[in-house]
Design a protein. Sequence first.
Length: 221
Amino acid sequence: MTRQRLQHGFTLVELLVSMVLSFLLMGAIYSVYRVQAHTVKVQEKRQEAQEYARAVLEMIVREVRNAGSNPLQATAGTNCAGTPTAGVPGVVTATSTTIAITYDYRSGASATTPDGNCSSADEEITYAYQTPGPQNCPSGKGDIVRTANGASEPITDCNVTAFSLAYYAKDSATVMSPIVAANIQRVKMTVTVQSKDADGEFGGEITSTVYSNIDLRNRGL
């Protein structure tokens, strides 16, 4: 007599349960991956915005720090009090979003020696936050515009959402109010920049805010 071996397999219910558990596990793994991928993406965009903002600030700091440079001790230099006024180089205009400075460091576009005036290229400079600005930026965004001896150009790409300037007198930790240009010794500059590309999957653009303190080294430090 031949005995038949009983063969046991999975029932339909067991198969369905195992499939559901597998799908749940796969969903959980994907969710973790998605969150991690988003975190990395956000960090990359924030770093990109931060590096961009720092590059903009460094450019401004290099020039503003020279405000008032007057090697020849001129007292009536051409345009030194702001075109068309003669005077002493220094801070010409100071508001919460605009700073204009003059300094004497060359006598012509290709020269390297001062001449007592502020009429050569890049000796009279203004930085101003403008919205919508010359590039007609969308609502909520603007540009930092650099004007040198009458010629203006944006140094950002319609990705600045805030720009502010605060002024301090010598040895003071209190923001100057009212602003007296002749007494400014330090400038705190703050800029907020958005990442260039929106995060379509998770929504919104990433912003980064950086600031710098600028000591005006030619103002009696």
